[in-house]
Design a protein around this ligand. Structure first.
Ligand SMILES: [Cu+2]
Length: 366
């Protein structure tokens, strides 16, 4: 069924492209896009139909682990296995979504290798998948970043090797058409390629990725929601989230650290559409590797991370409290883009001292 949707979705993309081209060919005339009755958005039900109820027992996707730092100094061959899995999970309280994932998490697993390693990657597509999937790693030098040789039908697999030539932190994503839809539905992750000798030691590492999600219906509607290719093409997301869902890294799910520790955040943007103005409220990045480049810069408040890009941000924690990770295009905070680091430890009045705090009950710290 969804494979059929995928074909229809591709037709819709081509229709949109034709509209753009016709607009370009007729300067001065304004082409207004018409609703496409053949698009995935209207397939099978009226766009006004209420979403189906959230299936019983639906929970949030688990969080991916941070891969451990490389301990060796010589290159080797690393075998990696990744499986595309389509899973219904909670996107928000009372809202379920049919995610397309790598290994069942959003983002997918962090792959961590060393510069000079040969990576042998086996890509599988689960037998119960409905769509073909693939993988394009930005750390790969070769056609499609691997996507040309990994267009894998449900129940099938493919294997290829690549040499990790350049150190850095790179996005990987599904590259099966419409690529933006596969990314929006959850198919992205990071591969870290450490330089020989590794990254400088820190006390804690975190793995966070931002994504924009597009749904049929109105914002805030409850139930089992369906993706919207139309909104994706208009770049009007219903949700902007860190690590797959609203609240996946806040409250009881917050990241944890202690005063005196230095932390490193591997932060990537799956997109597919939005660039992030990545910022941590109440902190200054002591070091940022802009766009994942090899040379860090110092003392940064907010760093731009493009769609399909990543960065490494590092800072020391001097003051206890809750620090909120945001995209400083703050309308997106209202769409879910927040994570928290809860920092425990002794007060540090030399650095921060609430002498006479406001007594208003209004909390603006989120
Ligand atoms: Cu895919």
């Amino acid at each position: 069924m969804l494979r059929k949707f995928s074909v229809l979705a591709a037709v819709s993309v081509l229709t949109a492209l034709a509209l753009i081209l016709s607009a370009c060919a007729a300067p001065g005339s304004l082409t207004v896009s018409q609703p496409n009755p053949g698009s995935a958005d209207s397939q099978g039900s009226s766009p006004k139909a209420a979403p189906a109820p959230v299936p019983a027992g639906t929970v949030r996707l688990p969080q991916p682990q941070v891969a451990p730092p490389i301990q060796r100094s010589e290159p080797t061959t690393v075998k990696v296995e990744i499986e595309a899995k389509e899973i219904t999970a909670l996107l928000d309280d009372g809202v379920a979504f049919h995610y397309w994932t790598f290994n069942g998490t959003v983002p997918g697993p962090m792959i961590r290798v060393m510069q000079g390693d040969t990576v042998e990657l086996t890509f599988k597509n689960a037998p119960d998948s409905h769509a073909t999937h693939s993988i394009d790693l930005h750390a790969v030098t070769g056609p499609g970043g691997g996507a040309k040789v990994t267009q894998v039908a449900p129940g099938k697999s493919a294997t290829f090797r690549f040499k990790a030539l350049n150190p850095g932190v790179y996005v990987y994503h599904c590259a099966t058409g419409p690529v933006a839809l596969h990314i929006a539905n959850g198919m992205y992750g990071l591969i870290v390629v450490e330089p020989p000798g590794g990254l400088p030691k820190v006390d804690r590492e975190f793995y966070v990725m931002q994504g924009d999600i597009y749904l049929q219906g109105d914002r805030g509607e409850k139930g089992l929601r369906t993706y919207s290719l139309e909104k994706l093409l208009r770049e009007e997301p219903d949700y902007v989230v860190f690590n797959g869902s609203v609240g996946s890294l806040t409250g009881p799910n917050a990241l944890k650290a202690k005063v005196g520790e230095t932390v490193r955040i591997f932060f990537g943007v799956g997109g597919p559409n939005l660039t992030s103005s990545f910022h941590v409220i109440g902190e200054i990045f002591d070091k940022v590797y802009p766009e994942g480049a090899s040379e860090p810069v110092s003392n940064v408040q907010t760093t731009l991370v493009p769609a399909g890009g990543a960065t490494i941000a590092e800072f020391k924690l001097q003051v206890p409290g809750t620090y909120v990770l945001v995209d400083h295009s703050l309308g997106r905070l209202e769409k879910g883009a927040a994570a928290q680091i809860q920092v425990e430890g002794p007060d540090n009045p030399d650095v921060f001292n609430p002498i006479a705090p406001a007594t208003s009950s209004q909390d603006t710290s989120h």
